[in-house]
Design a binder for this molecule. Structure first.
Ligand SMILES: Cc1cc2nc3c(=O)[nH]c(=O)nc-3n(C[C@H](O)[C@H](O)[C@H](O)COP(=O)(O)O)c2cc1C
Length: 443
């Protein structure tokens, strides 16, 4: 027989299962004996906010007039127990990204941009830098399993505390910072030897479950005179139970990070195969808050693949109070910018695909500790770019809210949404477009 009818002649590959990428990964593993580590989030296509659409106002609903009728964007976080809740002008916050993963200049730029936009930024696995504290009007301090950079004085300098249980990119796993990025300053702040790979703990040594967590949260409140809101951050896996337990443990705010969430460095297999998409996690999280009578009393911040104002509006319509951005903020600062194409090529990558953030050779000066590279990032200019981007996200979300007839972003609701696919309809619990059907619910 000359040619099999079953082999598609246009696609010269082994099979759909063993595609060229899979083959190259097998060869790479066989040649090196080490697993692949990279930064950023999942690359596979997942059900996401793009699979939802807003219905907009028509005869049965009234839109608001952009130039005459206000549409509020502010949010207050930490209203449950904290004496000093946080007031932000926009519900788009900057997610925790560590000094170590990022250069000091990048951390400063994040603070500057967030402050101009009237929002908060967050420390990360490496502690608080003076530049970041100095330039961030509202700074959330992460309290992590690794305890790196943990300093009670810094806790008191923060405006809120985020207890990190997990991250969407690697729920159940700890951080990684490879030796290339452990500069003398990073080493000092983390009490680590210079130049040696480190892996952060995946479990906090101070608690094994929600009862211990409750005690830890009380301790943090005592140290900070009950002033600061306490957030609890979880990677999206079993959101209904995790959110309920975080509330039981005394959280003022729950941060829920979906599997699209970026990371500075993790095993590829972890990024692509552990956790659930943020679209699937929001409704169960909101359900847990509603069942406990805590929706809008304990605020919900969601993250993982937020890119534009439509994503922000959709997350809020599904019941979140605010969102957090990581990867998009780095791109706004200048990460993966096409003007650096020649340099990305020298690293075997290309602008728009560079994700070897763990190697510390970022030509944009963002995911590096090399002093010469880091100097390339001007924190003032990069901060302005981030502020512009945050302002666009907020205005875009407002445009959508007005079109749905809402006088505040928080008035958006699931009823404003429909889904394009069966999967997204089931996950987001909104009707399939053109029908009244929500999978799993009677018509
Ligand atoms: C470079 C980088 C460093 C990060 N470092 C931390 C960290 O130290 N602690 C943490 O809780 N999450 C960390 N994250 C995860 C972010 O806080 C956030 O959950 C995630 O970036 C949100 O998804 P997005 O990147 O799609 O916006 C990091 C993310 C990136 C991209």
């Amino acid at each position: 027989m000359s040619e099999s009818k079953h082999i598609p002649q246009t696609a010269p590959q082994f099979s759909a299962t063993f595609d060229p990428y899979t083959l190259s990964e097998i060869r790479r593993a066989a040649a090196t004996g080490i697993y692949d580590i990279r930064g950023a989030g999942t690359k596979r296509k997942l059900p996401h906010f793009d699979d939802l659409l807003f219905l907009g106002a028509s005869v049965s609903r009234y839109p608001l007039e952009g130039y005459r009728e206000k549409c509020g964007t502010d949010v207050v976080l930490g209203t449950r127990f904290a004496k000093k809740p946080i007031h932000l002008k926009t519900p788009v916050t900057i997610a925790g990204m560590s000094f170590g993963a990022l250069s000091a200049q990048a951390k400063e730029a994040l603070g500057r941009g967030a402050s101009i936009a009237g929002t908060s930024t967050t420390t990360g696995d490496g502690g608080m830098t003076p530049e970041e504290r100095g330039q961030s009007k509202t700074l959330v301090y992460q309290y992590l399993p690794s305890r790196y950079g943990m300093n009670p004085d810094d806790l008191r300098k923060a405006d809120a505390i985020e207890v990190v249980i997990g991250q969407g990119a690697k729920p159940g796993g700890g951080g990684m910072l490879l030796g290339q990025k452990i500069s003398p300053r990073v080493a000092r702040m983390r009490c680590l030897p210079e130049g040696i790979d480190q892996r952060s703990a995946c479990r906090h040594p101070d608690w094994t479950g929600p009862d211990d967590l409750e005690i830890k949260i009380l301790e943090l409140r005592e140290i900070t005179d009950w002033e600061k809101p306490i957030y609890v951050k979880v990677g999206a896996t079993r959101p209904y139970y995790d959110v309920a337990l975080a509330v039981k443990a005394g959280a003022d705010v729950v941060v829920l990070d979906g599997m699209q969430g970026g990371t500075a460095a993790t095993q590829e297999v972890f990024i692509e195969h552990v956790g659930i998409p943020i679209l699937a996690a929001i409704r169960p999280a909101v359900q847990a808050l509603q069942d406990l009578g805590m929706h809008r009393k304990v605020q919900l911040i969601v993250s993982g693949g937020i890119r534009n104002g439509a994503d922000v509006a959709k997350a809020l319509a599904l019941g979140a109070d605010a969102v957090a951005i990581g990867t998009a903020a780095l791109v706004a600062l200048g990460d993966n910018d096409p003007h650096l194409e020649d340099e990305y090529r020298k690293l075997g990558s290309t602008a728009g695909a560079y994700d070897d953030w763990h190697e510390g050779r970022d030509p944009a000066g963002i995911t590096t500790q090399d002093p010469e590279l880091a100097k390339r990032l001007d924190p003032v200019q990069a901060g302005r770019r981030l502020a512009n981007y945050l302002s666009v996200l907020t205005m875009e979300a407002q445009v959508i809210a007005r079109a749905c007839g809402k006088s505040h972003l928080h008035n958006l609701e699931p009823e404003d949404l429909v889904a394009l696919t069966l999967e997204s309809a089931a996950m987001a619990q909104v009707p399939l477009a053109g029908t009244g059907w929500i999978p799993g619910k009677p018509l």
